[in-house]
Ligand binder design. Structure first.
Ligand code: BDR
Ligand code: CA
Length: 314
């Protein structure tokens, strides 16, 4: 038996963040969630940190520490996405306010202390929101970078281009300076861009499968995905909305579901037109060294089968 991977989930819940967290919490044989760090993104920080606690309580995992982190990007004003996720960030199900408390201390210090205290190469960072907390930790304590086992993040796009501007994906667009720091850090990075998440579509049948689990968690997942589907189906004209963030936690459990390439990825921070673009050298046309495994494909049926099976455990 392999030992579960220790991870920190850095997140801005967000319904798809919620599903990513639930998948991790439902999979203790594969994943040990040592902490959840909230960041401003889909909605402001007071809501993302609250939503992270709501999700832990929904999963019955109230011992998982939740920390509040950065409330704004490094250099720009915060851009949020209530038009996708609703006013609370978790619109859809009617979930109770959390009774579990935030853990004392700043998310950035938790990330730094954890990486310093754990043996090198044993902690994986899973950012599924803007990269502000991670970049701030790297800036404040560069010694931790070489201790990171892997960064598996949702963000960016290349062939699918942008979802928030014509060139940029939301998580990278919100804090391109932070993304630039992370992609230049030298830590091993796996990227789940829109190129792959747009293949993980919640069709009616897949949503029904969540609801048919019949548990409070299964029903909440169906209601959450249904909520943001309204917006995404209309936007993309597709048969279902992409379930972005759970690609990160599914990759930890079944990496064989995904395919990608090691390429160089640079972040555009200067141009007004393309700020936040992840410039991926997919065809190897530069001599810039590869710094990321850029995922482009997923076995969507396998992905949803895994999700449904694990969510049913909670
Ligand atoms: C990303 O942006 C957020 O709206 C989602 O939670 C996901 O992390 C997709 O672009
Ligand atoms: Ca997110």
């Amino acid at each position: 038996m392999t030992t579960p991977r220790k991870i920190i989930i850095d997140t801005d819940p967000g319904q798809d963040d919620a599903v990513a967290i639930l998948l991790a919490l439902a999979s203790p044989e594969d994943i040990e969630v040592i902490g959840i760090t909230a960041v401003a993104g889909n909605v402001p920080l007071p809501l993302t940190q609250k939503n992270a606690r709501i999700i832990c309580e929904l999963a019955g995992e109230t011992d998982t520490p939740v920390y509040a982190g950065c409330d704004r990007p490094l250099a720009h004003t915060l851009v949020t996405a209530e038009h996708v996720h609703g006013k609370t960030g978790l619109d859809g199900p009617n979930l109770p306010d959390p009774t579990m408390q935030l853990t004392d201390g700043h998310a950035v210090d938790f990330i730094i202390d954890t990486l310093r205290n754990e043996p090198a190469g044993t902690v994986t960072l899973c950012p599924i929101g803007p990269l502000t907390n991670i970049a701030t930790a790297f800036q404040k304590a560069p010694d931790i970078i070489e201790k990171v086992q892997e960064i598996i993040l949702m963000g960016g796009a290349y062939f699918e281009v942008g979802n928030v501007t014509p060139a940029a994906e939301f998580n990278i667009y919100v804090d391109p300076e932070a993304a630039d720091i992370v992609f230049k850090s030298g830590a091993p990075i796996v990227v789940m861009p829109l190129d792959v998440t747009h293949k993980a579509l919640v069709t009616q049948q897949r949503n029904d499968a969540f609801r048919d689990i019949g548990t409070p968690v299964g029903i909440a997942v169906a209601q959450m995905t249904e909520f943001f589907e309204r917006f995404d189906k209309e936007k993309y004209g597709s048969e279902g909305a992409p379930l972005h963030d759970p690609c990160v936690t599914a990759y930890l459990i079944k990496p064989d579901l995904f395919k990608g390439r090691h390429v160089n990825v640079e972040i555009e921070t200067v141009s007004d037109l393309t700020r936040g673009m992840t410039v991926a050298d997919w065809w190897d046309v530069t001599d810039r060294p590869a710094n990321a495994l850029f995922i482009g494909d997923v076995d969507a049926d396998g992905f949803f089968a895994l999700l449904t099976e694990r969510i049913a455990r909670l």
